[in-house]
Design a protein. Structure first.
Length: 121
């Protein structure tokens, strides 16, 4: 598989989602309570963000019974892992552009998915 191309992803960009993705990138699967505690958010906030990632096809949610309790596990899909890697590359590109030159034009430093198209003259 080819390496990801840097690309800004609005679905991944909210801080809690980006943090959840960073945690999920370190494991095959992460238990809901582990994510909640790592992000220091409420159950409802984490549920909302996981649902958005699930709706985008970026995560797979699995429920399993453990010690008589139903637990939720989250894992990246292949699409989600590629999107996260591309988003991180784009953030690194933007940070590098800012640190290397302050003379660049705004469209040159704008996130690639947000650069406006020029209309034909």
């Amino acid at each position: 598989m080819s390496p990801p191309v840097p690309r800004f992803d609005a679905v991944l960009h909210p801080p809690a989602r980006l943090q959840a993705c960073a945690v999920m990138a370190t494991a095959d699967e992460v238990e809901f309570a582990t994510l909640r505690d790592a992000l220091e958010v409420s159950d409802s906030v984490l549920s909302k963000h996981l649902r958005a990632l699930d709706d985008a096809g970026y995560v797979r949610l699995r429920k399993a019974t453990s010690d008589g309790r139903v637990r939720t596990w989250a894992a990246f899909t292949a699409k989600g892992r590629r999107a996260f890697e591309a988003h991180v590359l784009e953030l690194q590109r933007l940070a590098g552009a800012l640190s290397s030159s302050t003379e660049r034009s705004a469209p040159e430093m704008a996130p690639r998915a947000l650069v406006p198209r020029r209309s034909p003259a």
